[in-house]
Design a binder for this molecule. Structure first.
Ligand code: PAF
Length: 275
């Protein structure tokens, strides 16, 4: 039986005898992408801790906090029995409400996902910082699917000298290329087909094998041809800075895309060499 902890004190007590810890923070609604993170975590330490916490701080007022799936029992079924699950109620993590100290994500936190979701990354970094202090793992494992999140977590860990190694696992995809996401369940049959345009647009960017301009043109052409997809952004960023690369840039890039398919907002990314 998976051990579930709702309080910080009970988790801390259990961790006293847990040896080294690899930590996988999640908001639940687990899928194969999360399970890949858990498998990776199991390779890295004696004990794996998975947190399941839908963090209100990272949802804006118009966002899907209420409709975000909460299904702890189904999540527990998916996890290996020897994983320790930290699933606190909201007031365990925010006993004074949401108005306390926040970590700020800086300028990169207001771009791309941060433009559409103001405050999202401050809320995300704040809860990740709290969870790292609570769990105190040797390693924390994230998925590359949320490329901007990974960039910002790595930078927070470096900037705030958090004593943890950040390990990143490649995006898990369905056979047709759709990146796994807890939000995919909101897609209707037609929308799911339309959503494939995101991964295809990123592949088209890589295949264009030209400049930033060529790559973005290839992506936009593909996305514009898909009537059910409303593009938020497509860009090529420098993985070191998460800033858009210049038109003459050649080197490693992360191509990022966000689009609304029906009422569901999806993101994806792909790393390749430009030029
Ligand atoms: O990626 C997520 O699921 C969340 O942003 C995280 C890292 C668990 C923080 O709430």
């Amino acid at each position: 039986m998976t051990e579930v902890f709702e309080t910080i004190a009970s988790l801390r007590l259990r961790l006293e005898t847990a040896g080294s810890v690899a930590f996988v923070p999640t908001m639940g609604a687990l899928h194969d992408g999360h399970l890949a993170l858990v498998r990776r975590a199991a390779e890295l330490a004696d004990t794996v801790v998975v947190s399941i916490f839908v963090n209100p701080l990272q949802f804006g007022e118009a966002e899907d906090l209420d409709r975000y799936p909460r299904e702890l029992d189904a999540d527990l079924e998916l996890l290996p029995d020897d994983v320790l699950v930290f699933a606190p109620p909201v007031d365990e993590l925010y006993p004074d409400g949401e108005s306390g100290t926040r970590v700020t994500a800086g300028a990169v936190g207001s771009t791309f996902e941060g433009t559409s979701r103001p405050g999202h990354f401050d809320g995300m970094l704040t809860v990740v910082a709290k969870l790292l202090h609570i769990v105190r793992p040797e390693v924390v494992v994230f998925g590359q699917k949320d490329a901007q999140q990974v960039f910002l977590v790595r930078r927070m860990v470096r900037d705030l000298n958090v004593p943890v190694v950040v390990d990143v696992v490649e995006t898990v995809r369905d056979a047709d290329g759709l990146a796994l996401s807890s939000r995919n369940r909101f897609l209707g049959t037609q929308e799911r087909v339309a959503a494939l345009a995101l991964s295809r647009a990123l592949a088209a960017a890589e295949a264009s094998a030209g400049s930033r301009k060529d790559a973005l043109l290839a992506s936009h052409t593909l996305l514009n041809d898909e009537s059910g997809v409303e593009v938020d952004y497509v860009e090529l960023v420098d993985p070191e800075t998460f800033l858009p690369v210049g038109d003459r840039y050649s080197g490693p890039v992360t191509a990022i895309v966000a689009a609304r398919v029906g009422t569901t907002r999806l993101i994806d990314n792909r790393r390749f060499q430009l030029g």
